[in-house]
Write a protein of this length. Structure first.
Ligand code: SF4
Length: 434
């Protein structure tokens, strides 16, 4: 039977209390010596999606605690990360080494006596192409070399709701960073993303004996980046990544991970762990003592959250909707949507998916606002209508789905006649800087 331990923290939370909570949770599973043997190399994999404080990223105190425990067991802690492709390529334009530095990982390694290994540096990903055993979407994957070299991997995600990750981003989603951000990370990012996440776990499943979830400050709403912080003050540890995610999702207010969280259901079905809470032993604090009903993330809802937009939806999968949302959050943060859009173009008319229902005369769209053809499906479907008839009066954003949030926001601003500066789109987000 899979086992998950819950350790509650009493505020105010400090470094010592975090260490005690992580140690307590691991002790409830049998102690760190059960999971790490002397001399073993242990990859500690936090969630450092971009250079921002918790809950966007794992609390450094939790990573420190895990590294200390590994050291105490005689293991060699290695903190490794491959930051989001969005951070790497299209937003802050920082590589994983920058993000590891800005989030304080080098300081932890220095204090504890460990190592930091970025999965990519200066435009190069350090990986090896391997077969994915039982891979459904990914049959081969370019996996970070360090993940293949180490004896153990400990995922240490922060508790976040997620638009694309199937409701939550916990241990399974955390391991997406193991694949090449220039190829495998971008591919299969449509409705096939959940299966891809599970396929990645298949490569390293044997090395994952312990997982730790940082639930000190969780993110609710449109995570993993645009949600809101919620104090949860809880640490989870588990001996099975699927079970740890399942109990984590219950703590976050979900009721049935096998029905509500896609990657957990697929991982359970593919035999990577136990996603059924009735078959998981929970020790330590009770779920109901730490559970909060977090606001869920959604790819679906655009109107109501964003002013002055119209969405014309063809056969559109959730990925295009999620990336329209990411783009809109960037514009919303700048005040473009509420002030500039009505003044300059009326509304932003997003068109996505296969065969969207358009007016007979596509010029009618211009009476509503600025047409934005989003994603390859819509580009192909509207070629003879919007592209041939409206030409430069519309914005065209290719991709399946289009990921380049910064560029997309800039394209829309440019079409509206707004000035562009390189970093302005991101100024509203809290960011660590050099
Ligand atoms: S372009 Fe089409 S298939 Fe690709 S993510 Fe968008 S809707 Fe899905």
């Amino acid at each position: 039977m899979a086992k998950v331990a819950i350790s509650k923290l009493e505020p105010p939370v400090d470094e010592d209390k975090v260490y005690e909570a992580v140690k307590n949770a691991v002790d409830l599973l049998g102690g760190i010596e059960k999971f790490v043997k002397p001399g073993e190399k242990v990859l500690i994999k936090p969630n450092l999606v971009r250079p921002a404080p918790p809950p966007t990223t794992t609390d450094r105190r939790v990573i420190r605690a895990v590294a200390l425990l590994v050291k105490e067991a005689g293991g060699k802690p290695i903190i490794g990360e491959g930051t989001a492709a969005m951070t790497l390529l299209w937003r802050e334009e920082m590589d994983s080494d920058d993000v590891l530095f800005l989030t304080g990982m080098y300081k932890i390694a220095e204090e504890v006596g460990g190592e930091v290994v970025p999965f990519d540096k200066e435009g190069k990903f350090y990986g090896r192409i391997v077969d994915v055993p039982g891979g459904v979407v990914l049959r081969k994957a370019n996996i970070a070399e360090i993940a293949l070299e180490v004896d153990k991997i400990i995922p240490v995600p922060v508790m976040k709701c997620s638009m694309e990750g199937g409701g939550v981003t916990l241990c399974i989603k955390d391991l997406h960073a193991l694949v090449d951000p220039y190829t495998d990370r971008l591919k299969f990012h449509r409705s096939d993303l959940w299966q891809k996440l599970v396929d990645i776990v298949k490569v390293v499943r044997d090395k994952i004996k312990l997982c730790v979830i940082d639930g000190i400050k969780a993110m609710e709403g449109d995570g993993p980046i645009y949600g809101d912080p919620v104090d949860m003050n809880v640490i989870l540890a588990g001996d099975d990544p699927v079970a740890t995610d399942a109990i984590g999702s219950l703590v976050m207010g979900f009721d049935d991970p096998l029905r509500e969280i896609g990657p957990i259901a697929i991982a359970h079905a593919d035999g990577l762990g136990i996603g059924d809470p009735s078959k998981i032993e929970v020790v330590g604090a009770k779920i109901e003592d730490v559970r909060k009903k977090l606001k869920k993330a959604s790819c679906e809802i655009l109107a109501g959250i964003f002013p002055n937009i119209v969405f014309i939806e063809g056969g559109c999968c959730r990925a295009c909707k999620a990336w329209i949302k990411f783009t809109l959050y960037a514009l919303k943060g700048e005040g473009v949507l509420d002030k500039e859009v009505p003044k300059r173009v009326g509304k932003l008319v997003f068109i996505a998916g296969v065969d969207p229902s358009l007016p007979e005369d596509p010029k009618e769209l211009l009476k509503i606002g600025l047409p934005i053809v989003f994603g390859d499906c819509a580009l192909y479907s509207t070629k003879s209508t919007i592209f041939w008839q409206l030409r430069e009066k519309a914005v065209y954003i290719p991709g399946c789905p289009p990921f380049a949030v910064g560029n997309q926001a800039r394209l829309i601003k440019k079409a509206m006649g707004l000035p562009i500066t390189k970093r302005e789109a991101w100024g509203f987000l809290p960011t660590y800087t050099h």
